[in-house]
Design a protein around this ligand. Structure first.
Ligand SMILES: Nc1ncnc2c1ncn2[C@@H]1O[C@H](COP(=O)(O)OP(=O)(O)O)[C@@H](O)[C@H]1O
Ligand SMILES: [Mg+2]
Length: 233
Protein backbone atom coordinates (compact mmCIF):
# COMPACT_ATOMS: atom_id res chain seq x y z
CA UNK A 1 0.00 0.00 0.00
CA UNK A 2 1.36 3.42 -0.94
CA UNK A 3 -1.11 6.00 0.25
CA UNK A 4 -1.75 9.15 -1.70
CA UNK A 5 -1.47 12.40 0.23
CA UNK A 6 -4.05 15.02 -0.75
CA UNK A 7 -3.71 18.52 0.68
CA UNK A 8 -6.75 20.71 1.24
CA UNK A 9 -5.68 24.31 0.91
CA UNK A 10 -6.83 27.92 0.80
CA UNK A 11 -5.06 31.09 1.87
CA UNK A 12 -8.27 32.26 3.48
CA UNK A 13 -9.89 31.23 6.75
CA UNK A 14 -13.44 30.06 7.22
CA UNK A 15 -14.03 28.94 3.63
CA UNK A 16 -14.53 25.28 4.49
CA UNK A 17 -11.10 23.62 4.35
CA UNK A 18 -11.60 21.57 7.49
CA UNK A 19 -15.13 20.41 6.67
CA UNK A 20 -13.96 19.55 3.14
CA UNK A 21 -11.03 17.54 4.52
CA UNK A 22 -13.32 15.59 6.83
CA UNK A 23 -16.03 14.96 4.26
CA UNK A 24 -13.63 13.96 1.53
CA UNK A 25 -12.02 11.56 4.00
CA UNK A 26 -15.45 10.21 4.97
CA UNK A 27 -16.44 9.83 1.30
CA UNK A 28 -13.30 7.84 0.46
CA UNK A 29 -13.83 5.76 3.59
CA UNK A 30 -17.42 5.00 2.58
CA UNK A 31 -16.06 3.74 -0.72
CA UNK A 32 -13.99 1.19 1.16
CA UNK A 33 -10.65 2.94 1.46
CA UNK A 34 -8.47 3.28 4.53
CA UNK A 35 -8.27 6.99 5.22
CA UNK A 36 -6.35 9.16 7.67
CA UNK A 37 -7.10 12.85 8.07
CA UNK A 38 -4.22 14.93 9.45
CA UNK A 39 -4.47 18.37 11.03
CA UNK A 40 -1.85 20.40 9.19
CA UNK A 41 -3.12 23.69 10.59
CA UNK A 42 -0.33 23.74 13.17
CA UNK A 43 -0.90 27.30 14.35
CA UNK A 44 -4.62 26.93 14.93
CA UNK A 45 -5.50 23.24 14.90
CA UNK A 46 -9.21 22.48 15.04
CA UNK A 47 -9.91 19.29 13.11
CA UNK A 48 -10.43 17.34 16.35
CA UNK A 49 -13.36 19.59 17.34
CA UNK A 50 -15.19 18.56 14.16
CA UNK A 51 -14.85 14.92 15.16
CA UNK A 52 -15.80 15.30 18.81
CA UNK A 53 -12.32 14.87 20.23
CA UNK A 54 -12.33 17.97 22.39
CA UNK A 55 -8.98 17.61 24.17
CA UNK A 56 -6.64 15.27 22.30
CA UNK A 57 -3.92 14.22 24.70
CA UNK A 58 -1.37 12.98 22.21
CA UNK A 59 -1.05 14.71 18.86
CA UNK A 60 1.16 15.16 15.83
CA UNK A 61 3.19 17.68 17.84
CA UNK A 62 4.28 15.11 20.41
CA UNK A 63 4.93 12.58 17.63
CA UNK A 64 7.19 14.97 15.67
CA UNK A 65 9.01 15.84 18.88
CA UNK A 66 9.67 12.14 19.43
CA UNK A 67 7.80 12.07 22.74
CA UNK A 68 5.24 9.43 21.71
CA UNK A 69 4.78 6.90 18.92
CA UNK A 70 2.43 7.75 16.08
CA UNK A 71 -0.07 5.06 17.09
CA UNK A 72 -0.92 6.76 20.36
CA UNK A 73 -1.83 9.96 18.48
CA UNK A 74 -4.17 8.36 15.93
CA UNK A 75 -7.84 8.24 16.91
CA UNK A 76 -10.57 6.27 15.17
CA UNK A 77 -13.86 8.09 14.60
CA UNK A 78 -17.11 6.13 14.45
CA UNK A 79 -17.43 7.06 10.75
CA UNK A 80 -14.38 4.87 10.15
CA UNK A 81 -11.91 7.63 9.37
CA UNK A 82 -8.73 7.91 11.40
CA UNK A 83 -7.58 11.26 12.75
CA UNK A 84 -4.11 12.52 13.57
CA UNK A 85 -4.84 15.79 15.42
CA UNK A 86 -2.42 18.56 16.27
CA UNK A 87 -1.73 20.93 19.15
CA UNK A 88 -0.57 24.53 18.67
CA UNK A 89 2.89 24.03 17.17
CA UNK A 90 4.86 27.10 16.20
CA UNK A 91 7.99 25.77 14.56
CA UNK A 92 7.45 22.31 13.19
CA UNK A 93 10.48 20.24 12.19
CA UNK A 94 9.81 19.87 8.46
CA UNK A 95 12.09 16.86 7.93
CA UNK A 96 10.61 14.85 10.79
CA UNK A 97 7.07 15.78 9.79
CA UNK A 98 7.71 14.54 6.24
CA UNK A 99 9.22 11.31 7.49
CA UNK A 100 6.20 10.59 9.71
CA UNK A 101 3.71 11.26 6.91
CA UNK A 102 5.73 9.20 4.44
CA UNK A 103 5.76 6.26 6.87
CA UNK A 104 1.98 6.50 7.24
CA UNK A 105 1.57 6.04 3.48
CA UNK A 106 2.21 2.37 4.08
CA UNK A 107 -0.88 2.08 6.27
CA UNK A 108 -3.51 4.12 4.44
CA UNK A 109 -4.91 4.39 0.92
CA UNK A 110 -5.42 8.12 1.36
CA UNK A 111 -4.06 10.71 3.74
CA UNK A 112 -6.09 13.91 3.67
CA UNK A 113 -4.06 16.84 4.93
CA UNK A 114 -5.92 19.88 6.26
CA UNK A 115 -3.96 23.16 6.34
CA UNK A 116 -3.94 26.65 7.77
CA UNK A 117 -4.91 29.87 6.00
CA UNK A 118 -1.56 31.71 6.00
CA UNK A 119 1.42 31.26 3.72
CA UNK A 120 3.95 30.40 6.41
CA UNK A 121 6.35 27.54 7.14
CA UNK A 122 3.42 25.25 7.79
CA UNK A 123 2.28 25.61 4.19
CA UNK A 124 5.81 24.75 3.03
CA UNK A 125 5.54 21.59 5.15
CA UNK A 126 2.20 20.69 3.54
CA UNK A 127 3.55 21.32 0.04
CA UNK A 128 6.51 19.04 0.82
CA UNK A 129 4.38 16.04 1.73
CA UNK A 130 1.43 16.26 -0.69
CA UNK A 131 1.08 14.38 -3.96
CA UNK A 132 -1.68 16.72 -4.97
CA UNK A 133 -3.70 19.66 -3.72
CA UNK A 134 -7.35 20.61 -3.81
CA UNK A 135 -8.13 24.27 -3.19
CA UNK A 136 -11.27 25.37 -1.37
CA UNK A 137 -12.89 28.68 -2.22
CA UNK A 138 -16.10 30.52 -1.61
CA UNK A 139 -17.45 32.24 -4.73
CA UNK A 140 -16.33 35.81 -3.96
CA UNK A 141 -13.52 38.12 -5.11
CA UNK A 142 -11.38 38.13 -1.91
CA UNK A 143 -11.28 34.33 -1.90
CA UNK A 144 -10.71 34.22 -5.65
CA UNK A 145 -7.65 36.47 -5.19
CA UNK A 146 -6.34 34.16 -2.45
CA UNK A 147 -6.90 31.14 -4.74
CA UNK A 148 -4.95 32.78 -7.57
CA UNK A 149 -2.05 33.27 -5.15
CA UNK A 150 -2.25 29.66 -3.94
CA UNK A 151 -2.28 28.41 -7.54
CA UNK A 152 0.88 30.41 -8.34
CA UNK A 153 2.69 29.01 -5.30
CA UNK A 154 1.66 25.42 -6.08
CA UNK A 155 2.90 25.85 -9.64
CA UNK A 156 6.17 27.38 -8.44
CA UNK A 157 6.68 24.49 -6.01
CA UNK A 158 5.73 21.94 -8.67
CA UNK A 159 2.81 20.41 -6.77
CA UNK A 160 -0.04 19.04 -8.86
CA UNK A 161 -3.47 20.62 -8.27
CA UNK A 162 -6.62 18.62 -8.92
CA UNK A 163 -8.83 21.70 -8.88
CA UNK A 164 -11.08 23.86 -6.76
CA UNK A 165 -13.95 22.98 -4.43
CA UNK A 166 -16.34 25.93 -4.55
CA UNK A 167 -18.04 25.92 -1.17
CA UNK A 168 -21.12 27.66 0.27
CA UNK A 169 -22.66 28.18 -3.16
CA UNK A 170 -26.01 29.92 -3.02
CA UNK A 171 -28.44 29.87 -5.92
CA UNK A 172 -28.12 32.93 -8.13
CA UNK A 173 -25.41 34.48 -5.95
CA UNK A 174 -21.65 34.75 -6.18
CA UNK A 175 -19.08 34.28 -8.90
CA UNK A 176 -19.84 31.88 -11.72
CA UNK A 177 -17.87 28.64 -12.12
CA UNK A 178 -16.67 29.66 -15.60
CA UNK A 179 -15.28 32.95 -14.29
CA UNK A 180 -13.52 31.23 -11.39
CA UNK A 181 -11.97 28.65 -13.72
CA UNK A 182 -10.87 31.27 -16.23
CA UNK A 183 -9.33 33.53 -13.56
CA UNK A 184 -7.49 30.84 -11.62
CA UNK A 185 -6.67 28.59 -14.57
CA UNK A 186 -7.92 25.47 -12.76
CA UNK A 187 -11.12 23.48 -13.00
CA UNK A 188 -13.85 23.45 -10.39
CA UNK A 189 -14.06 19.84 -9.19
CA UNK A 190 -17.05 20.28 -6.87
CA UNK A 191 -19.70 22.83 -6.01
CA UNK A 192 -20.87 22.43 -2.42
CA UNK A 193 -24.09 24.26 -1.64
CA UNK A 194 -24.67 26.35 1.45
CA UNK A 195 -26.31 23.59 3.48
CA UNK A 196 -27.82 23.67 6.94
CA UNK A 197 -27.01 19.95 7.22
CA UNK A 198 -23.35 20.86 7.14
CA UNK A 199 -23.81 23.01 10.24
CA UNK A 200 -25.87 20.29 11.96
CA UNK A 201 -23.17 17.72 11.23
CA UNK A 202 -20.54 20.00 12.81
CA UNK A 203 -22.73 20.25 15.91
CA UNK A 204 -23.00 16.47 16.06
CA UNK A 205 -19.23 15.92 15.53
CA UNK A 206 -19.78 13.84 12.39
CA UNK A 207 -19.15 14.22 8.66
CA UNK A 208 -22.21 15.21 6.64
CA UNK A 209 -21.30 12.19 4.50
CA UNK A 210 -22.74 9.62 6.86
CA UNK A 211 -25.06 11.42 9.24
CA UNK A 212 -26.84 13.24 6.42
CA UNK A 213 -25.82 11.09 3.53
CA UNK A 214 -28.82 12.11 1.38
CA UNK A 215 -28.10 15.82 1.75
CA UNK A 216 -26.95 17.84 -1.23
CA UNK A 217 -23.53 18.57 0.27
CA UNK A 218 -22.91 14.90 1.14
CA UNK A 219 -23.70 13.90 -2.45
CA UNK A 220 -21.15 16.38 -3.79
CA UNK A 221 -18.40 15.00 -1.53
CA UNK A 222 -19.29 11.41 -2.44
CA UNK A 223 -19.15 12.25 -6.14
CA UNK A 224 -15.75 13.90 -5.71
CA UNK A 225 -14.50 10.88 -3.75
CA UNK A 226 -15.60 8.57 -6.60
CA UNK A 227 -13.85 10.79 -9.11
CA UNK A 228 -10.65 10.64 -7.10
CA UNK A 229 -10.81 6.84 -6.87
CA UNK A 230 -11.44 6.49 -10.58
CA UNK A 231 -8.59 8.80 -11.52
CA UNK A 232 -5.92 7.27 -9.29
CA UNK A 233 -6.77 3.59 -8.88
N1 LIG B 1 -21.34 24.29 2.67
C1 LIG B 1 -21.54 24.79 3.89
N2 LIG B 1 -22.79 25.07 4.32
C2 LIG B 1 -23.00 25.58 5.56
N3 LIG B 1 -22.03 25.85 6.44
C3 LIG B 1 -20.76 25.59 6.08
C4 LIG B 1 -20.45 25.04 4.81
N4 LIG B 1 -19.11 24.88 4.74
C5 LIG B 1 -18.61 25.30 5.92
N5 LIG B 1 -19.60 25.73 6.73
C6 LIG B 1 -19.46 26.27 8.08
O1 LIG B 1 -18.34 27.12 8.11
C7 LIG B 1 -17.54 26.82 9.23
C8 LIG B 1 -16.09 27.04 8.88
O2 LIG B 1 -15.65 25.98 8.05
P1 LIG B 1 -14.17 25.41 8.19
O3 LIG B 1 -14.13 24.13 7.45
O4 LIG B 1 -13.73 25.38 9.60
O5 LIG B 1 -13.31 26.52 7.42
P2 LIG B 1 -11.72 26.63 7.32
O6 LIG B 1 -11.14 25.32 7.71
O7 LIG B 1 -11.45 26.99 5.88
O8 LIG B 1 -11.31 27.73 8.24
C9 LIG B 1 -17.89 25.40 9.64
O9 LIG B 1 -17.87 25.26 11.01
C10 LIG B 1 -19.27 25.18 9.12
O10 LIG B 1 -20.19 25.39 10.16
MG1 LIG C 1 -9.77 24.83 9.20
Amino acid sequence: MKGRVIGIMSFKGGVGKSVSAINLAAGLCKLGKRVLVVDGNFLSPSLHFYLGLLVPEKTLKEVVRGEVGVDSAIYEHKSGIHLLPCNFYKKIDLGKFKKIVDNLRGRYDYIIMDSGPSYTDEIIAILMVCDELIFVATPDYPTLAATVKAAKIAEYKGVQVRGIIVNRKRKGLGLKVGDIEKTVGLSVVAEVPEDVKMIKAVEKFVPVVGAYRWSRSAKVFLDLSKEILESVD
